[in-house]
Ligand binder design. Sequence first.
Ligand code: S3P
Length: 167
Amino acid sequence: MKIILIGFMGSGKSSVAKRLSIALKMPILEMDERVLQKTDSRNMHEVFAKGGEMLLRETELSIARESSSMSNIIISTGAGVVQNKMVVDYLKQPKGNIFFLNAGFQTICSRLSEDRSRPLFTHPAEANALYNLRYPLYLNYADKMIDVDQKSVNEITEEIIKGCYGK
Ligand code: S3P
């Protein structure tokens, strides 16, 4: 079983991945952390300073390629992975189940209003344009979409487990 969480920044992918990992006793591949390791950076701003968004996207592609041979893993993606179909195709191999954590833009803004860690979430209007651009991609790649606005991390985790095992 390979569980892949996609969704916009602030949709809760990392928190849900942690809870899923405990519930299913499966390891997590946190793509953002791996990007920092691979580019020898302390944070995303440093990644962008070193090689711009291109460095991030290339590194995501190589991580996704590496993950294509992993079969027992929860992958918490960076929100931008849907911009490259090759990344999604690698993530899905050998047998991936993609869950889209769908949070409304208002929810995301309230969660990230004090957060300065994301280079692509500095101006709300630009972030909103990115959200609108990616929304159809998340929908298109998802095996299952989960509305997360009114749900706890536990409830979302339960829904994903049901989606995987039909429990
Ligand atoms: C990005 C999302 C971030 C991180 C980077 C770029 C994006 O991941 O990969 O800052 O393109 O939206 P999270 O979705 O974990 O915030």
